[in-house]
Every structure is written in C-alpha cells, then in structure tokens.
Design a protein around this ligand. Structure first.
Ligand code: GLU
Length: 337
C-alpha cells in the first residue's frame, strides 16, 4: 500500500520482507530502553535476536531507545552496555541513539504530511478517556474516537483556534492489517477498531514510539526485528507507517515473554532477576546463556557463550508459549557454575 493516500481498503499481507530477507545475511538489532536495568527477559530477547542474525552471518546493531525523556537515565545506558558485554553479546558499529535521530523523524513526518496521512489533534489523554463509551476488551489503551479528524486545517490552525499545543495523528484506514511473523504466523489487526488514529507526534513535540522505531530501523538498515510478543500489535501500526513511507517490512519474530512463576510478565522492577543482581550474586554469565538457550528450545551445555549456540541455532525451535521463571532461578543458575 504505498500508492495513493490511505483509503478504506483492507490490506493484504506484504510479500516482501520475510522471503527476501531470508536470502541474504540479515541485519538484526538490540534496542534496549534505558529506563531501568536489564533483566532475564531482556537478555532472552537480545540473545535470540543476536543468535538469529549472527547464525546467518548477519550484522547486529545496537540502538538505545532514549526518547522517553524523564524516564531515561545515563546510568541505565552505562548499565545496559555493561550487561550486554557481560552476557557476551556484541554489535557492529557505534551504538545509535534515538535522541540523535530528530532530523530523520522530522523528515518522515513531512513525508506523511505531504501524503495527507496526518491531522493535528489537541485532545488530552483525559478527554480521550472520558470520550470512551465503554471499556474496551484487553489492553488498557483508549481507542482514539477521531474527535479532531477533519476539524483543523493544520497544527498551526489547531493551536490558534484552541490555545493548546497540537500533536499529529495518522489517519488509520478501516480494515485489517496483516502481519506476517516468523513465529506467530500471520495475524490480522484491525488498527482502526483497536486503537484508531494513533499519535505519530505527541503534543509535547516528541515523536511517538511507533514512528520512531520505523525510522530508526530504516536508518540502521535493520531487516530483522526480534522482540517480545507484547509488541506484536504495534507491528501492525508500524506496518501502516512503513507502507506509507515506502520502507520495506522487516522479518518480524515476536517472542513469547518470560513470566514470573505465577505467569505475570516480568517488569523492569523485578530487581532479583536484573542481570546486575545475578552478577552480584556470583552467577556465571555462561550459566545464564545456557539456561536461556534451554528454555528457548536450543541445544546447549548448561554453561555456554552466545557464540557457542550459533552452530545449531534454530529460531523455529522456540516454544510458542510464555516461559515461567522458577522462583529459585538464582540458585539454579548458581548451581550451573
Ligand atoms: N525499546 C523498546 C523496548 O525496550 C523496544 C522497541 C522495539 O523493539 O520496537 O521495549
């Protein structure tokens, strides 16, 4: 769907991406957010992304996702570099930072504007929440009801008329967006019904995550994206943006998450499972890698380096269900070496 303005037609799966990317060495990426210490869940996604690219002779780039202003801290940037190094994961070239991509984000916004794909919005979060007629199933995210669609000529007019700063939203076409995923297969996402016209530039002037990652991955030549499956619905939004910006879709593989023993996803605050805590507890990083390989269906010794996994690495062996982390995982890891 790269021809013409976004319309109401259903989308069909892209034929590019997966098959093209399979033929040449991929460029994968590690894209941590410096909003906390990395834990076992991050380590697993990064290990899989690294192995998948390296096992096929590909490149791996590192990008620090530091857009989220106040939540991002330099000490966490230093921490994640230390943690990746401890695990034995490397990358090609200097680390990129989202905070240095401002010009590329502005250019992408201009291209979307020029296609008539955006409109200015002055709604606050509280207004969007109160406009909801009924709670939506699942995610706590409110669907944008389209209040500002066709209301203002542009951002300047919206700001002059309302005295508020304006953000920019994508005019999301009706109908399903089909995402092809190397693990989850094909899934259809009705973005218009689920989240509606989503923000690409926030009212505080920052570019929104959905657009940022599309631009970042394109800038860094990334054609394989392996990350947690909580981001699968985001892939549909990103696919819409990629199509409008004529950016090819990557090979996506969304990995079921690690959970705690009760089945709840690991949060960054799970301090005991932070790699820094494991290191402080005397855990050998090769024990972490060996255990992560084992719960990811990869043949490995109890202790292994990431490089030792490459010869037999196969992403398709990954279990398609979340992996509970046993309560005594620290003792188990220590017992490995
Ligand atoms: N930096 C994001 C995170 O840590 C990941 C972004 C992405 O993979 O698209 O959740």
């Amino acid at each position: 769907m790269s021809e013409g303005p976004p319309g109401g037609e259903p989308r069909s799966p892209s034929t590019g991406g997966a098959s093209d990317a399979a033929d040449r060495p991929p460029t994968g990426r590690l894209a941590p957010s410096p909003t906390g210490r990395l834990h076992l869940g991050h380590a697993r996604s990064f290990l899989l992304a690294w192995c998948s690219a390296r096992a096929r002779g590909g490149r791996v780039v590192l990008r620090v996702d530091d857009l989220d202003g106040p939540r991002c801290r330099e000490e966490f940037v230093a921490g994640l570099l230390e943690d990746l190094d401890w695990l034995g994961l490397d990358w090609d070239g200097p680390p990129a930072r989202q905070s240095e991509h401002g010009a590329a984000y502005a250019a992408a916004l201009e291209r979307l504007e020029a296609r008539g794909a955006l409109y200015a919005c002055v709604c606050t979060r509280a207004e969007i929440r109160s406009a909801r007629s009924a709670p939506q199933a699942g995610a706590g995210e409110a669907r944008y009801p389209g209040t500002c669609r066709d209301r203002h000529a542009d951002a300047a007019a919206a700001e002059a008329a309302t005295g508020r700063t304006a953000g920019l939203r994508l005019r999301v076409p009706a109908g399903p967006v089909v995402v092809r995923d190397a693990l989850a297969g094909e899934s259809a996402h009705d973005v218009a019904a689920e989240v509606g016209d989503f923000l690409v530039a926030r009212r505080d002037g920052a570019v929104a995550y959905q657009l940022a990652v599309v631009v970042d991955d394109d800038l860094q030549g990334v054609d394989e994206v392996i990350r947690g499956d909580d981001l699968l619905p985001s892939a549909a939004r990103q696919a819409l943006l990629m199509d409008l910006l004529d950016v090819p879709r990557p090979r996506w593989a969304h990995v079921p998450l690690l959970t705690d023993a009760a089945g709840t996803r690991l949060a960054k605050r799970t301090d005991a499972l932070a790699l820094a805590s494991l290191r402080a507890a005397g855990v050998d990083p090769r024990a972490v890698v060996g255990w992560l390989a084992e719960v990811s269906g990869q043949p490995a010794s109890p202790r292994a380096t990431p490089a030792e996994l490459l010869a037999s690495f196969d992403l398709q062996r990954l279990p398609r269900a979340p992996v509970p982390v046993p309560d005594d995982v620290v003792e188990r890891l220590r017992a490995r070496g």
